[in-house]
Design a protein around this ligand. Structure first.
Ligand code: 4UW
Length: 536
């Protein structure tokens, strides 16, 4: 998969191509693509609520989708409008996405643990005109709406009942009369989903993933086929690209049966795996660590055969220990980003420990020297760059950030990697400033902007420090204004009240006299990180 040729005494190395055959991607809308596949599995269970046991067959998903689309159309929603989904994992997540997509709406998925402040920002930025939420989250939604008069939410659709909100069940029981055909779609141009990611730098940004991006990635994943009726766990949040595309979309194409859980809670997690006879689970490394080390696991009779891991590095020793303890076939690792829909690399069985596998079909990569920009060869470390049909259209209303991320058609991942002679890739370091807590994004710039709102703070910086359980945790460095005597803990507490739990400053707060910065004023996070790691 690697080309090298010599000319005039110089060695030129071209980029890497996938070892998998290329695949054809139909020019159609996401809803049309998915629903036509669902027709083949009509009577099978598609998705089950792991808490209530309520199930939807594929046929029911199709019917509810068309009814919901009709109700949304009657309510005035039309192609190009954006709607936000702020609900925890449940079967209805799938119906809402399909119905919205059938009408040509853009779906902005929101982290269900967001505070009203964080939600407000995404609703404003995405210009969402409706929101789907859980009843207990309605007060938080109302708080967000009250924060800014610029938010233009016409309807709050609620999964259950809440005073003043329209129940989702009323949409799903519509007579279907208003929805006569799927909205026309320019699949390479029209945005289908708008999840948020901070990318290599700065604040969370709306990632415009087109119908073509998502359909391509689902088809590219065909190299890892799923058995019909396969039972798998939907615990990773569907608002995040991994849960959304790899768990929810991909597996339902094959007629799999997904059991959803709204959050991780040790007993619920293990008893669901056991009682629902789950054979395949998509997880992140901290959950694999739990299954490998926790004594409670011994009390359950699990029939897991296969685990998939992604979103953060997974070490070889943990892989081996987990495989042996659970007696499973293998742990398959995947790698990718929200900006790549997400899958780029996949390690198919027989797996190569530590590696994130080879390039999936229709995908090209190059490893470039971070200083010279030169393309590097096997076993040489540099920034991984990607080209393929799964690469996002761009960030919403952020042309500079898009241009920074995609140069000459190549998406710069901000990850340091190398590949071996057989085309297996290894992710070794993160060049970008992003922190990952249990696989979830914590953008340092976002935390810094919140810390700076504290009246006693002059300046600050946030870095990620290694943590055995979570992978990384955020740590803050703060310069106080003159004569202020707040304590480190006061700053941590202040942050805790303003951000989602995964963004807490679990790595602590340290007061410093100044923040190291480049001549251009950019925070030199590396200096802080090196100082922390060397214990100074
Ligand atoms: N090893 C080391 C990994 C890995 C990794 C991601 O939040 P985002 O934007 O996106 C994700 C995507 C997860 C994912 C992709 C494809 C796949 O097959 C799968 O599971 C099987 C999961 O988390 O964060 C993107 C950043 O997360 C890091 C890396 O830094 C990347 O730029 N990352 N996967 N296997 N690091």
């Amino acid at each position: 998969c690697h080309f090298k040729f010599q000319s005039h005494g110089f060695i030129f190395m071209l980029h890497n191509l996938s070892v998998h055959p290329s695949v054809d991607v139909p020019d159609t809308s996401f809803a049309s693509f998915m629903l036509s596949k669902y027709e083949k599995h009509k009577n099978l269970i598609a998705i089950e609520n792991g808490i209530t046991g309520e199930t939807y067959t594929y046929d029911q998903v199709i019917t509810k989708t068309l009814k919901t689309a009709s109700a949304l159309k009657k309510a005035g929603y039309k192609a190009g409008d954006t709607v936000a989904i702020f609900i925890r994992n449940s079967p209805e997540y799938l119906v809402i996405i399909l119905a919205a997509s059938a009408l040509g709406l853009v779906i902005s998925t929101v982290n269900s643990s967001y505070t009203s402040f964080e939600l407000c920002r995404q609703l404003l930025d995405s210009k969402s005109s409706a929101i789907f939420t859980n009843p207990d989250l309605v007060p938080l939604v109302k708080e967000a709406l009250a924060t800014s008069s610029k938010i233009n939410i016409k309807d709050i659709f609620v999964l259950g009942n809440h005073h003043g909100c329209r129940p989702l069940s009323s949409l799903m029981e519509d007579d279907g009369s208003a929805f006569t055909e799927l909205a026309p779609c320019n699949s390479k141009e029209d945005t289908m989903v708008l999840p948020y990611s901070s990318g290599t730098t700065g604040m969370p940004k709306g990632v415009m993933l087109t119908h073509h991006n998502i359909i391509s990635n689902i088809i590219q994943l065909n190299i890892f086929p799923i058995d019909e009726k396969e039972r798998l766990l939907g615990i990773l949040p569907f608002y995040h690209i991994y849960g959304m595309v790899v768990v929810l979309f991909y597996n339902t194409l094959y007629g799999a049966h997904i059991v959803t859980l709204p959050k991780f809670e040790p007993e619920g997690f293990l008893s669901t795996l056991q009682n629902k006879k789950i054979q395949m689970a998509h997880l992140v490394p901290p959950l694999i660590l739990f299954l490998t080390k926790h004594p409670m696991v011994e009390d359950y009779n699990l029939c897991l055969r296969q685990i998939l891991s992604g979103a953060a590095p997974l070490g070889k020793d943990l892989c081996i220990e987990c495989t042996e303890r659970l007696g499973i076939n293998s742990i398959v690792q995947g790698y990718g980003l929200t900006e790549t829909s997400p899958v780029v690399l996949l390690d198919l069985p027989p797996v190569k420990y530590s590696s994130v596998g080879t390039l999936i079909g229709n995908t090209e990569s190059k490893i470039v020297d971070t200083k010279t920009g030169q393309i590097l060869g096997p076993m040489e470390s540099g920034e991984l760059c990607i080209r393929g049909p799964q690469v996002m259209k761009g960030y919403l209303n952020k042309p500079e950030a898009t241009a920074e991320m995609i140069k000459d058609g190549w998406l710069h991942t901000g990850d340091i990697a190398h590949y071996d002679e057989n085309g297996y890739f290894y992710i070794t370091e993160r060049l970008k400033e992003l922190i990952k807590y249990k696989g979830f994004q914590v953008p340092p710039a976002e935390l810094e902007s919140v810390i700076l709102t504290h009246s006693d703070v002059q300046d600050c910086a946030v870095i990620g420090i290694p943590d055995e359980l979570a992978g990384e945790v955020p740590r803050g460095y703060v310069v106080l204004k003159k004569d202020k005597n707040v304590k480190e803990n006061d700053i941590a507490k202040y942050i805790e009240n303003k951000v989602a739990p995964h963004k807490k400053l679990r790595g602590g707060v340290e007061f410093v006299s100044e923040i190291p910065k480049s001549a251009a004023g950019k925070i030199l996070r590396r200096v802080l990180k090196d100082k922390y790691l060397s214990g100074k």
